[in-house]
Design a protein around this ligand. Structure first.
Ligand code: GLA
Length: 695
C-alpha cells in the first residue's frame, strides 16, 4: 500500500470502526475552533502594531472594540522587530500590544513570522534563500523567500517559534497560533540539497531501485535508474510516476517544515492555545489533508479578487476547508471590500461583505477576520482594502463590519456547539487532481469546473454538502460523488466498495479509476478495481472537439470536453444515458450506467454534462439515495446552510439574487437577526436571516 495511504488508513481506522455505531450528527461535544470563555463566533482583523507608533495603538483598539472585533492576528511578518539582530530578541513591544488588546476585550492569535525572514539573516546566510527552477537564488525584499529545505533556515525558524512560545505560551490573552503565512505557496528550493532529500525520501519509500524502476516503468525512454543519485527533480516533461511523487515530497517537506515550529509551540504553550495555518482554498500546492492533520483546525484566506462573490464556488471552498479536518474552521483573512492583486480590484457591493461573512458562518466558520485593519504607509500592499484609512479613521465599510460584529455577538450563543452535518459528500483527491493536471489530454478539462458543476446542483437540492478526502469515513453519507477520481488504487477501491456494500450510493464521474498510486495505468479498464461492482467499464475515452448529443433517463442534452464510451457488461447494469450521432465511435453508445451492489448502488457518468442534464442527474441521485433538503424549497438565488449540535438546529438564508426574495417556511421559526418569530422571510439583495428551529 502507498505510504501516504497507509498513513491515512491508520488515521481513519478508529473512525471507520466508529462508523458501525454512528453518533448522533452534530453531538460531539467540543468544537476545537470555538474558544472556551470567548464568543462562539468571532469577528477579527489582522493588525500590524509593529508598523505604527505605540501611541497610536490605543485608538486602533478603541475603534476595533467599537466594531465588536474580538480577535486580532498579529506578528506574522514581524520577525525583524522581534529579532532585530541575530539572537537578540525583543518581544516586549508584542507583549504590550497583546495587553493593550486585552484591555479592549480583544484576544490575540500569534503568527510565527517565518514567511518573512529578516535581512540580516538572508545577508549573513544567503543559503537560506531559496533557489528557483532556473537556478537563480531569490533576492531579499519580498516574502516566502526562505528555503524550506535549508537546515540553517529551519534552525532560525525553530528558534524564533520557540522564543515566541516560551514568552507567550502561557499568556492568557493569547488564544492560539498561526504557523507561517500561507506556507510559502509551497515554493521549493531547486538546489542540490533538495534533490538529495528527494532521493532519500524516495529510497525510504521504495526501498529498492528495482521497485521504483518497475512501478515507474523506467524502461520507457531509457530512464532506468541504477543509483538513487541519478533521479532528478522534475521540472516538466518527466515520468508521471516521478512527477506525482515530487508533489507528495513537496507535501512531506512542508509538513516537516511546519512540525519544526509546531513541536516548539506544543512544548512551551498551554494546550488550550490552538494551532492553525492559513490555507488558500482549492489551491493544490500540497495535500491539505496531510498538512492540516497536526493542526487544531484549518483556516483559510477567502478573497474574491475581480468581480463579485460566487456563492456556490465560495460555499464549496468553505466546505472544502471544513472537510480538511471534518471540523469547523476559521476564515482568518478575507477582503474588506477589495484586494490589490487581481486584474481589476473592484470593491464588493454594499452589503456583499456582510453576506459573505454570514455565508462563511453558515458553512461552519467560527471566525471571520478582515485583512487588514489599516495599510502600512509604504510596503507592497498600499492599495488593499482596510477598515480604517491611512488617516486612521474608519472607511465607509467599517459601519457594515460593525453591524456584522453586533450581529455575531447577538446570536453567537445560538451557535455554540454547532457544526455542519451533511448527507452528501463530494470527494476531493489531491493525487487525482495532480495526475489529471499533469496530463490533461485536453486543455479544456477543468477539474474545478467539473467539481463545481456537481456542487451547484447537489447543494441546491441538499442545501448541505461536504467536500472530503476519498479516504474519509463515508458511512454517514447517503450519497457520495467523485467527479473524477483518477487515482484509485486497490485500498481506496476497497474503502469505496465497503461504503456501497453497506448501503451507500456512489457516483463516479469521467476519468475515474484509471491510475494506481504510482500514477501508472491500471492493468484494467476504468474504473479499475470497481469494474466488477459496476458490471461495466470504459471502452475508450475521447477528448471532444465539439459537443456530442446525449439522451436517456435524465432527458436530452449535450456532453462536452470529455466523453467515455461505456459498456454495460450484464443486464444488472442499467444504461441511463446514450450518446447520439458524433464521431462514429460514440454513436448510440452508453454514456452513463448504474448497477446495484451489496445494499447500495454504483453509478458511472462518463461525460461532462450540460447544466440541464446535471440538474436532472442530481434529481435522480438524491431520489435514489433518499437525500432531503436541509430546510426545504427556497427561491432561486437564495442560499441555505445549516448548523446543528448541542440540541440546536440553526439555518442561514442569504439572498444573492439581484431582487428581493420571499421565502416561505414550513412552520414558524425564530428569526434571530430580526428578533421575532415568523413563518416567512423577505430578503433584499444580500439580505441575511438566521433561523432557529424550535420555540
Ligand atoms: C494573503 C496574505 C496576506 C495579504 C493578503 C492580501 O492572503 O496572507 O498577508 O497579503 O493576501 O490579499
Amino acid at each position: 500500500m502507498h505510504k501516504l495511504h497507509r498513513y491515512w488508513f491508520a488515521l481513519f481506522l478508529p473512525a471507520l470502526l466508529l462508523e458501525l455505531v454512528p453518533a448522533q450528527p452534530g453531538d460531539r461535544a467540543s468544537i476545537p475552533s470555538q474558544i472556551p470563555g470567548h464568543d462562539a463566533i468571532l469577528l477579527g482583523t489582522d493588525w500590524y502594531p509593529e508598523q505604527w507608533p505605540e501611541a497610536r495603538w490605543e485608538e486602533d483598539l478603541r475603534l476595533m472594540e467599537a466594531a465588536n472585533i474580538k480577535v486580532v492576528r498579529i506578528a506574522e511578518f514581524a520577525w525583524s522587530r522581534m529579532e532585530p539582530s541575530e539572537g537578540r530578541y525583543d518581544m516586549d513591544w508584542l507583549e504590550r500590544a497583546i495587553t493593550a488588546g486585552a484591555k479592549h476585550h480583544i484576544a490575540s492569535v500569534l503568527g510565527t513570522p517565518t514567511a518573512a525572514p529578516p535581512a540580516w539573516l538572508t545577508a549573513n546566510h544567503p543559503e537560506t534563500l531559496r533557489v528557483q527552477p532556473d537556478g537563480q537564488r531569490v533576492t531579499h525584499g519580498n516574502r516566502a523567500h526562505g528555503s524550506v529545505t535549508s537546515p540553517l533556515y529551519r534552525e532560525y525558524c525553530r528558534r524564533i517559534a520557540a522564543e515566541m512560545a516560551h514568552r507567550f505560551g502561557h499568556n492568557p490573552n493569547v488564544v492560539g497560533w498561526q504557523i507561517d503565512n500561507e506556507y510559502g505557496y509551497a515554493s521549493m528550493s531547486y538546489d542540490d540539497l533538495t534533490r538529495k532529500l528527494f532521493q532519500e525520501w524516495l529510497q525510504k519509500k521504495y526501498q529498492t531501485l528495482d521497485n521504483l524502476n518497475q512501478n515507474w516503468t523506467t524502461e520507457y525512454w531509457s530512464q532506468t535508474y541504477d543509483s538513487w543519485r541519478e533521479i532528478p527533480i522534475p521540472v516538466g516533461g518527466h515520468n508521471p510516476g516521478l512527477m506525482l511523487e515530487w508533489k507528495r515530497f513537496v507535501t512531506h517537506t512542508w509538513n516537516d517544515y511546519q512540525m519544526n515550529q509546531i513541536d516548539q509551540i506544543r512544548q512551551y504553550a498551554e494546550p488550550r492555545q490552538f494551532i492553525t495555518g492559513n490555507f488558500m482554498g482549492f489551491w493544490d500546492g500540497f495535500d491539505h489533508y496531510i498538512i492540516t492533520e497536526p493542526l487544531t483546525f484549518a483556516s483559510w484566506d477567502d478573497y474574491v479578487g475581480t468581480g463579485h462573490v460566487d456563492p456556490d464556488r465560495n460555499g464549496m471552498t468553505h466546505d472544502l476547508t471544513r472537510g480538511f479536518k471534518r471540523e469547523n474552521f476559521w476564515v482568518i483573512e478575507t477582503q474588506p471590500g477589495a484586494v490589490n492583486w487581481h486584474s481589476v480590484n473592484n470593491f464588493l457591493n454594499k452589503g456583499e461583505v456582510r453576506a459573505m461573512a454570514w455565508q462563511a458562518i453558515g458553512h461552519g466558520a467560527d471566525e471571520v477576520g478582515y485583512w487588514q485593519w489599516r495599510s502600512a504607509l509604504n510596503g507592497q500592499e498600499q492599495y488593499h482594502g482596510t477598515l480604517v484609512g491611512s488617516d486612521g479613521t474608519p472607511v465607509p465599510l467599517y459601519t457594515e463590519v460593525q453591524q456584522l460584529g453586533r450581529e455575531f455577538s447577538a446570536v453567537e450563543s445560538e451557535l455554540r456547539g454547532t457544526r455542519v452535518v451533511s448527507e452528501v459528500a463530494l470527494l476531493n483527491s489531491y493525487d487525482s487532481r495532480w495526475a489529471i493536471d499533469l496530463q490533461r489530454h485536453t486543455s479544456r478539462y477543468d477539474q474545478m469546473a467539473l467539481l463545481e458543476s456537481y456542487y451547484r446542483v447537489l447543494n441546491r437540492l441538499a442545501q448541505s454538502v461536504d467536500v472530503v478526502s476519498p479516504y474519509a469515513p463515508l458511512g454517514g453519507y447517503a450519497l457520495v460523488v467523485a467527479p473524477d477520481l483518477n487515482v484509485l488504487p486497490q485500498d481506496l477501491a476497497d474503502h469505496l466498495l465497503e461504503y456501497v456494500r453497506n448501503g451507500g450510493d456512489l457516483v463516479l464521474g469521467p476519468r475515474s479509476g484509471m491510475k494506481d498510486q504510482y500514477n501508472a495505468l491500471l492493468p484494467q479498464r476504468q474504473p479499475g478495481y470497481l469494474v466488477d461492482a459496476l458490471q461495466g467499464r470504459v471502452e475508450q475515452y475521447y477528448a471532444l472537439e465539439a459537443d456530442v448529443p446525449v439522451a436517456g433517463t435524465w432527458g436530452q442534452g449535450r456532453a462536452s470536453v470529455w466523453a467515455e464510451q461505456l459498456q454495460a457488461a450484464s443486464p444488472e447494469s442499467q444504461i441511463l444515458l446514450r450518446y447520439g450521432k458524433s464521431n462514429g465511435w460514440l454513436d448510440d453508445q452508453p454514456a452513463a450506467i448504474t448497477c446495484a451492489y451489496g445494499k447500495g448502488r454504483i453509478t458511472y457518468i462518463g461525460a461532462v454534462l450540460d447544466d440541464k442534464l446535471m440538474d436532472a442527474a442530481a434529481e435522480w441521485m438524491v431520489q435514489q439515495s433518499g437525500v432531503k433538503p436541509a430546510l426545504g424549497r427556497v427561491p432561486e438565488g437564495v442560499q441555505v446552510s445549516r448548523r446543528v449540535g448541542s440540541g440546536k438546529t440553526v439555518f442561514f438564508l442569504i439572498n444573492f439574487a439581484a431582487e428581493d426574495r420571499h421565502v416561505d417556511l414550513a412552520h414558524p421559526m425564530k428569526l434571530l437577526l430580526a428578533n421575532r418569530t415568523a413563518a416567512s422571510v423577505v430578503l433584499p439583495r444580500y439580505g441575511v436571516e438566521v433561523l432557529r428551529e424550535g420555540p
